[in-house]
Design a protein around this ligand. Structure first.
Ligand code: SF4
Length: 238
């Protein structure tokens, strides 16, 4: 296995991982990642959704003091903050950072008007998610994400290791081959905490103004920015 990833060899490294183990390659990818990068060079940007719970459990097996960042927009559900508290209690050695935007919700309302998420969700996501993550990633060579291929058409071509043109670094996605059933089987088997909104038909959970339950089978992200045409917050798009 090549140990150094560059913008030229990322695709080759991504195809080298054996996906036949019980974690479908996730553990091998994380072992490689925390060997290739120091703890200060890599961060996991976590939503604390179901995939995140699995990923955090796997990460702490490899790097007990790993740096995890949660983009705290100030608009998350109470249940999301509750599960973060529970994961901090379960894995106290992890460094879980709650990264806040440069401006408060009140300042955002003064500058852009109230409920910006209704009128211009891309701008709102840029202020409250994209810029804060960019600030975090300026000191990192790589970041980890819980994307799965089956989540949505926009994520179907995700590789284990991806050249991230947006943040000019490497994005590592250990769970690309996991199904929704795999995620829940792991959570139940390990008796891990999880966001209780998942029990109320919220497969994907973001900020409360932009997240609805999904009542039909299909795209697990259909409840995000429903009816707006927007499908991603901007962290995973160019
Ligand atoms: S998900 Fe909605 S509320 Fe949250 S930052 Fe994006 S537009 Fe704003």
């Amino acid at each position: 296995m090549t140990s150094t990833v560059t913008f030229e060899n990322w695709r080759q490294i991504s195809s080298d991982f054996d996906v036949k183990d019980e974690t479908k390659g996730a553990r091998a990818v994380l072992d490689w990642a925390y060997n290739a990068y120091t703890a200060e060079q890599i961060v996991y940007a976590s939503s604390f959704g179901a995939e995140a719970i699995v990923l955090i459990d796997l990460i702490q097996q490899v790097k007990p003091d790993a740096h995890i960042v949660f983009l705290d927009t100030g608009l998350h559900f109470l249940e999301t903050y509750e599960v973060i508290d529970k994961m901090e209690a379960r894995f106290p050695s992890l460094r879980i950072e709650r990264k806040q935007p440069a401006i408060t919700l009140e300042e955002q309302a003064e500058q852009y008007g109230t409920a910006l998420w209704k009128r211009d969700p891309n701008k709102c996501c840029e202020i409250r998610k994209v810029i804060p993550l960019r600030e975090t990633l300026t000191t990192k060579q790589a970041w980890i994400s819980g994307l799965r291929r089956e989540q949505s058409p926009t994520r179907a071509n995700t590789e284990f290791i991806n050249k991230d043109d947006k943040f000019k670094n490497i994005k590592i996605c250990p769970l690309i081959h996991w199904t929704w059933e795999d995620v829940w089987s792991y959570i139940r088997r390990k008796d891990l905490p999880y966001n209780k909104l998942h029990d109320q038909k919220y497969p994907s959970i973001g900020c409360f103004p932009c997240t609805q339950p999904v009542l039909a089978e299909g795209d697990s992200r259909a409840g995000r920015w429903a009816g707006s045409g927007k499908t991603e917050c901007g962290l995973h798009t160019r």
